[in-house]
Design a protein around this ligand. Structure first.
Ligand SMILES: [Zn+2]
Length: 210
């Protein structure tokens, strides 16, 4: 019995280093910003999500929600709302911080593909660290921090889990260093979950039906 179980599991969980990425269709991310972000922040944000997810085999197409037509067909999608002001103006060395950096919507125990990232809270959380950087590096590092928070929320959506990892992008709470350090990735366990737990159903005309 144990042997059968083992083989079943082995079939469901192939090595995560296999190049399965080529077989996954890109996931469409519809973004909505309360205030338009500076180009440098937006670029660093998208680059970071890609660099965290690409080794796992997840690819993304980014679309602005307001500009999406009703005719796009996406096998998988998520809608991301960025709350507050997504720039690095007016950084302060000492500020109060409270609340979640990002959150994903849940209804009746089902994780919905709707997530929010608080630009204000992420900025307030890391701003003393950003101030220690050269002024010209701040937008990029802040955008990268936003990308890490978004990657965490996308993990909940596409691994279909509310659980957290013990280390890496999937862990429950971040410190300032996690958000500003050069290297921050998923662990192998959460990477496997992202590869194997994703829904296979197609959602057509999702943008038009919202
Ligand atoms: Zn979480």
């Amino acid at each position: 019995m144990k042997l059968v179980l083992f083989f079943l599991l082995a079939g469901v969980f192939p090595g995560w280093s296999e190049t399965r990425g080529a077989t996954f269709a890109p996931i469409t991310l519809y973004t909505q910003f309360q205030q338009a972000p500076p180009e440098g922040v937006l670029q660093a944000l998208e680059d970071e999500v890609e660099s965290i997810m690409a080794p796992i085999g997840l690819r993304f197409e980014w679309r602005e929600l307001g500009k999406a037509g009703g005719h796009e067909v996406s096998a998988e999608l998520a809608v991301v709302a960025f709350q507050g002001r997504c720039d690095t103006a007016g950084l302060m060395a000492y500020s109060k911080f409270e609340g979640a950096l990002g959150w994903t919507h849940v209804s009746d125990g089902q994780i919905l593909p709707f997530t929010d990232v608080s630009c204000d809270r992420v900025r307030e959380f890391v701003e003393s660290g950003l101030l220690a950087l050269r002024a010209e590096d701040r937008a990029e590092k802040y955008g990268r921090a936003l990308g890490r928070v978004l990657a965490h929320e996308l993990y909940h959506i596409f691994a279909h889990t509310m659980r957290h990892g013990s280390v890496g992008v999937a862990k429950e709470s971040y410190n300032v260093r996690d958000l500003l350090t050069d290297e921050f990735q998923f662990q192998a366990k959460e990477s496997r979950m992202l590869q194997t737990s994703r829904p296979r159903h197609a959602v057509e005309n999702a943008a038009g039906s919202m």
